[in-house]
Write a protein that binds this ligand. Structure first.
Ligand code: NAG
Ligand code: NAG
Ligand code: NAG
Length: 419
């Protein structure tokens, strides 16, 4: 049975919100309390984007560098380049890979590679496949790699859509252990380990099911792995970017907003008073061709590695460059829309979106068996302290549901390779 992930998410979400509505039995999950996306209620856009390109460039963190430190997979508008101006990129784009055709934003994350026992690597293919039984979205299940993008607003006049030139980053590509944070960031980045075919085990909202979600890469074979990365939901209201690409945005005072499909922040801190839409990216990898136990490491660790060179998964991160045309995102945030149908927003066909592409610049060979990861990315310095006795007592920071806070590589202490 193929479930609609976000629908499940929304259903579970609103159970929490304890609203009421009628129950429909045709859906393979509880629908008690599903919100009314009726034009005045919350908006949850959920839409597919084909892959635009796989490349070792990063206009946000390493502008102008070709190639940059590690490889990404990118979706969105074709203005994507090694250097991108802080102006309205929708005006520089002629097409987008996303189903909402006014969204010329760029979104990117790391790729996933499998490392065989003989030490060679193979890129793990991304799959799009899950149907959307609520809105019969024909696009989302047919994307060519790429990802699913979500935008959430709690209702009318509650969030401020990003201005042209806005960009942000979440995560830390140098991490090899749980983040040192006062917040429980396991609700903001996680890997879901599907327990059977057709996304089995996908019952609860992203990053909130300890049975299948971990902040580190799963340490057992899965029927596919799904990554979710959520961006902060408060903004200083002034700066389009900041030197670390993070400090102009912040989490609400009550902590990072979990994905519930209906809300973003109760209260933003006074330093970052502006509530912005909650953006979440979702990537699914088909790991099933790589589940042969004879190819898994003999020491009991797991064989997947992010394109950062990270075998833990803690370096998961995501980049966003806003590029919706004119006020289209604000209009959508006010519209009480659900999934890929939003009156007032233009859409394009899956075929049309697939024609949008840009050329790879780094010149990497990245398919087939590789003797090293693209760019053979330098790794952060790892301290020599490996005795658990010498480790500080875990404080619970960065720890939470679905994550034991350590994982296979929890004893490693990461340091930055720069700064
Ligand atoms: C729309 O939904 C919201 C809750 O999501 C509810 O408060 C409001 O009354 C609904 N409006 C109409 C016209 O049904
Ligand atoms: C390494 O292992 C993989 C997986 O078994 C295999 O397909 C590949 O041919 C091997 N490469 C070499 C150079 O032995
Ligand atoms: C996607 O789903 C369809 C229908 O369920 C199936 O035939 C197809 O093999 C799936 N594709 C992938 C890549 O899983």
């Amino acid at each position: 049975m193929v479930r609609s992930l976000a629908a499940v998410a929304a259903a579970a979400a609103v159970k929490v919100a304890a609203q009421t509505s009628t129950t429909t039995s045709e859906f393979p999950f509880p629908t008690d309390g599903l919100p009314t996306y009726n034009g005045t209620g919350p908006t949850m856009l959920r839409f597919g984007c084909h892959q635009l390109v796989i490349d070792r460039i990063d206009p946000l963190v390493a502008p102008g560098q070709v190639p940059s430190h590690h490889q990404h997979q990118i979706v969105g508008g074709d203005a994507f380049a090694a250097t991108m101006p802080s102006s309205d990129i929708s005006a520089l784009s002629s097409c987008t890979t996303c189903s909402y055709s006014e969204d010329f934003s760029n979104y990117w994350t790391a790729n996933l590679y499998f490392r065989a026992r003989n030490g060679t690597y193979k890129r793990v293919p991304q799959i799009p496949n899950y149907s959307d039984i609520f809105t019969n979205d024909p696009f989302i299940s047919q994307t060519n790699g790429g990802m699913t993008v979500y935008y959430v607003s709690p209702g009318q006049n509650q969030v401020t859509a990003f201005p042209p030139g806005f960009r942000m980053f979440v995560g830390d590509a140098t991490l090899r252990s749980p983040p040192d944070s006062p917040w429980d960031l396991s609700t903001q980045t996680c890997f879901r380990c599907f327990t059977g075919p057709d996304f089995e085990g996908d019952m609860l909202r992203p990053c909130l099911d300890p049975a299948v979600d971990t902040m580190h890469l799963p340490n057992k074979p899965c029927w596919g792995i799904r990554a979710n990365v959520l961006f902060p939901t408060c903004w200083d209201g002034v700066n389009l970017d900041s030197p670390d690409h993070k400090s102009h945005v912040a989490y609400p005072v009550e902590g990072p907003h979990v994905f519930d499909g209906i809300g973003t922040a109760e209260e933003c801190p006074s330093t970052h008073p502006v509530k912005i839409p909650q953006v979440m990216l979702e990537v699914i990898w088909d790991t099933t061709p790589f589940n042969d136990p004879d190819e898994w490491p003999e020491d009991g660790s797991q064989p997947f590695v992010l394109s950062t060179g990270d075998p833990t998964g803690y370096s998961q991160h995501a980049d966003y460059i806003f590029g919706w045309k004119k006020d289209s995102l604000q209009v959508a945030m006010e519209a009480g829309c659900f999934m890929a149908n939003c009156p007032g927003l233009a859409v394009q066909s899956v075929e049309q979106a697939a024609q949008c592409a840009v050329s790879e610049l780094a010149g990497d060979v990245y398919d087939g068996w590789l003797t090293e990861l693209p760019g053979n990315p330098a790794q952060p310095t790892v301290s020599t302290t490996t005795s658990s006795a010498a480790e500080p007592t875990p404080t619970g920071k960065g720890k939470g549901k679905g994550d034991d806070g350590k994982g296979k590589h929890g004893k490693r202490k990461a340091k930055r390779w720069s700064s």
